[in-house]
Write a protein of this length. Sequence first.
Length: 183
Amino acid sequence: MQPLPTLQTSRLVLQPLQLSDAPAIQRRFAHWQVVRYLNAVVPWPYPDDGALSYVRDVALPAMARSEEWHWTIRLLAEPDELIGSISLMDAVDNNRGFWLAPQWQGQGLMSEACEVVDAYWFKTLHRACMHVPKAAPNTASRLISERGGMRLIGREEKDFVSGRLPCELWGVTREQWLARQKT
């Protein structure tokens, strides 16, 4: 396994996930506004050791197997302050996921993070397409997908932390993504 690189944008630094990030994740993640549209596999109420268990037992082992790639999101001006996370997964119809603490939402930061992570997916990992599921009521996430050139490719019902909801599957091919980079 080659080491996951640190990625940077004009306002963000994305650092590879480490076990030492668990306490900061626990503080920032365990909020209804953050988890309500996530897959129902996320326990709610979030347990006191939820972040530690996830990082130690799920995310880091998947990274070691080169099946998932996880970064913490930090402001470039405050690199010690974890404000969210973004991940890539080598899974059917679920290739990217993210969350951002509420006080940093609505500032375009996640779109910025998605740009560099999508580039890693297509340019470094050479994947043919990216599929991203999302709860249909999650309009902020839908807008991020639209800005990234994704198109709605399917709908179904799925279980989320907030209950059973319509789920949309958004996608973009490598060719479509590369064509957008040239404009």
